[in-house]
Design a protein. Sequence first.
Length: 202
Amino acid sequence: MRLNKGAENILKRKKKDSVYWGGFIIIGLFIGAFLIFRDSQRGFGTITFGMIPEFEFTDQLGQPFSKDDLSNKVWVGSFISADCTENQSCQNILKMTASIYQQVKNEQGIQMVSISVDPINTQSKLFQIIENQSNTHPDGWKFLSGDDDIIRSFAYICLRDNLTKFDTRFFLVDQNGTIRGYYQSDNLNEVKRLVKDIQKLV
């Protein structure tokens, strides 16, 4: 039975769409395979810990800052408290963050991100202490703050655990927004491993 012209055109479009979608899938598989091969060659396994969710917080300059601003960057995240000046473990994670920042600040595409439920701006006591100790630059080290409930929900996804007041964990995120590892800031060997893992990703 011969199809009418309209039916023939519909079949042609469906075939063309199938070819396009097939091409996209093949390209996606190729890119995925390439990234896995690259990471394995650099000593990275294929284990990941999920994707960073969309977010929009406020940085230390009072400007909005979102996940899109970290696109194509490797970044190290942590959660801190504005009461850091009164807590040793919180001070330690900031010192470790500053140490890592100093080691990678001249590299392209790497960023440190410290997130707090309390506003941290350039006028806050905590920020001034950090800036005096480590000569931070807002392009290389972001201090983000936002709504308490939103940040706690965000932290639960990032850390796969509830956020404690003085959390001591770093998490490493690759250029695609995928969490690649967790590291204890009070364990020097894990911090050294973090620095090496950063270098593997860039």
